[in-house]
Ligand binder design. Sequence first.
Ligand code: 0X9
Ligand code: ZN
Length: 312
Amino acid sequence: EMPYDNYQEWEVIEAYMEDIARRFPNVATLVTAANSFEGRPIRYMKISTTNFQDTKKPVIVIDAGIHAREWITPPTVTWAIRKLTEDVTEPDLLERFDWILLPVANPDGYKFSFTSSRFWRKTRSTDQHALSYLCPGVDGNRNYDFFWNTVGTSSNPCTDTFGGGRAFSEIETRVVRDILHEHLPRISLYLTMHSYGSMILYAWGHDGSLSNNAFGLHTVGVAMAEKIDELSLSHFPRYVVGNSVLVLGYGASGASEDYAHHIGVPLSYTYELPGLSGGFQGFHLPPRYIEQVCRETWEGIVAGARKSGDMF
Ligand code: 0X9
Ligand code: ZN
């Protein structure tokens, strides 16, 4: 009942997660982490065959939809929920790992991008600055406490890369922060889904230097990209894997993948999912490609999960 031939409205995603929690009570739990600035529940699914009690199991955390207009990202996470509950074809992923799947990290912005302004990026908060009522919202991917407000970010609330009045000013980023800290020693892999560009990016994203785990980051990144490319041939460009500054050509601080790596998550990546055409239209992948992207991204997740477990 979940549509993959068109984009997924926030309410539809909510209803889907409720339905999954009802139908698979032994593995799937729906958690309301907090309410968004405008009062919408920010919800994630915990998927575990042992209710997170087996503390030796590594945890995989995936979020999407922190950037509102990147509509291709939530369906890749609802697809992951499906592949771990309704349609299990890789049972080892359930046996070996616990999962935390957050399809819409920024429900206010996501909603706003459907109802009012298709290419809205930020949250919708209005408590950050005197100008906030004129220019609401904070860029969630500049709001993490990692070299916050230093590079590729703005202190002008009227820009799309406004980092907020302080690090973690946004409830939407605090929810992800708290998930990361709650499960930290067990998290083998963190993925944050963005679009667009067919890239898998890793630390450090503020200055382009490499982390001590750069070899591991690159090896697992390439393994994920190869699996995706196998399924994606003839649809999209091949994935490019690398340090986010080197691949993107710009540094940006306060991003979630850097923060997660900085606090100790060994394998942490930003996925830039595919887009066709340039400019803002790249955020609006033609809906006929949604299912293709979900299928191929799942292949990347599977490869990354298994590698992360082997290395953990
Ligand atoms: O700029 C971003 O936040 C990401 N690109 S997007 O077009 N989805 O906005 C890239 C983030 C890369 N990671 C770091 N700079 N750490
Ligand atoms: Zn993004």
